[in-house]
Design a protein around this ligand. Structure first.
Ligand code: NDP
Length: 279
């Protein structure tokens, strides 16, 4: 029997990238899935991908919604309960590095950008957790949050607020995990490094710029020691692992880092000092 047979999963941000991949893997492994995002065209593409892989329409609930709005969050919960009768797994994956309207970075980014960034990457997770909580307690369910290596401890000067939001999310993962485990609900998270998705496009990069961006990082070992950009499935597989109580039941409130080694490298260690000294 598929391992998520009879389980219902809400995956926020499943109109693209990591969330889309997670939706496909969950559905292929037997789950009912609620897929969601603001962009209806891309969301329909996700549904098509699922249906083409043999998933029945009966197992897919499509909701076009902005996860930062109370109405959008309520719609996700309500339609999931109406269609599937419960919630077993909540994947808080929707996120973005919001670009400042004035195209500035660092400490010049506006307070509006700060609020939007926090609402998208952090506040929506708090609100979805609160709204799903009674249903997850009833099912003894799981929450998987999608964080990022930008949470630190390294600095993140280009997208200061995005880094702050993910750092807050990591602390929320730890604290909500301890609060909810007493009710039998597990909370964990995954922290990806660079992954090839719609993420940098959403920041305004053209596909040429995206290719340059990924190519540069993959070819510099001080950026990604593994020498490759992550793929959505690399992260989606970890999401499924953390949502699978048979495999990960003793992991509570933790973040699994999947970054090709990026965060292990300090600038000083990135170069071959022996060859520099002997030259
Ligand atoms: P994508 O841009 O491909 O996907 C982001 C998803 O989030 C989309 O489905 C988008 O849907 C959704 N989303 C964003 N804002 C909202 C909103 N206000 N309401 C509803 N949905 C929203 O990027 P990724 O797949 O890479 O991003 C997934 C997660 O992974 C994010 O939390 C991101 O921070 C994290 N991450 C990504 C990394 C990377 O290198 N790609 C690295 C580290 C972490 P729509 O546009 O339709 O609203």
């Amino acid at each position: 029997m598929p391992r998520f047979s009879g389980k219902t999963v809400i995956i926020t941000g499943s109109s693209n990238g990591i969330g889309r991949s997670a939706a496909l893997l969950f559905a292929q492994d037997g789950a009912n899935v609620t897929i969601t995002g603001r962009n209806s065209e891309r969301l329909v593409e996700t549904r098509q991908l699922l249906l083409k892989s043999g998933i029945s329409e009966n197992n897919v609930n499509l909701v076009v919604a902005d996860v930062t709005t109370s109405e959008g969050q309520d719609e996700l919960i309500k339609t999931t309960l109406n269609k599937f009768g419960g919630i077993d797994i909540l994947v808080n994956n929707a996120g973005a590095a919001i670009t400042d309207p004035n195209r500035v970075t660092g400490t010049d980014q506006s307070i509006e950008t700060y609020h939007k960034t926090m609402q998208t990457n952090f506040q929506s997770v708090i609100q979805m957790t609160q709204k799903a909580k009674p249903h997850l307690i009833a099912s003894k369910g799981e929450i998987v949050n999608v964080s990022s290596i930008v949470a630190g401890p390294q600095a993140q000067p280009m997208s200061i607020y995005y880094g702050i939001a993910k750092a807050a999310l990591n602390q929320y993962t730890r604290s909500s995990a301890i609060d909810l485990i007493q009710h039998g609900v597990r909370v964990n998270s995954v922290s990806p490094g660079l992954v090839s998705t719609g993420f940098v496009g959403a920041m305004g990069m053209t596909s040429d710029m995206s290719n340059k961006f990924y190519g540069f990082h993959a070819s510099h070992k001080e950026c990604i020691p593994a020498g490759v950009i992550g793929q959505p499935e690399d992260i989606a597989n970890i999401i499924l692992f953390l949502a699978d109580r048979k495999l990960s039941s003793y992991i509570v409130g933790r973040t699994i880092v999947a970054d090709g080694g990026s965060t292990l490298v300090m600038g000083m260690q990135a170069h071959n000092i022996a060859s520099i000294l002997s030259s």
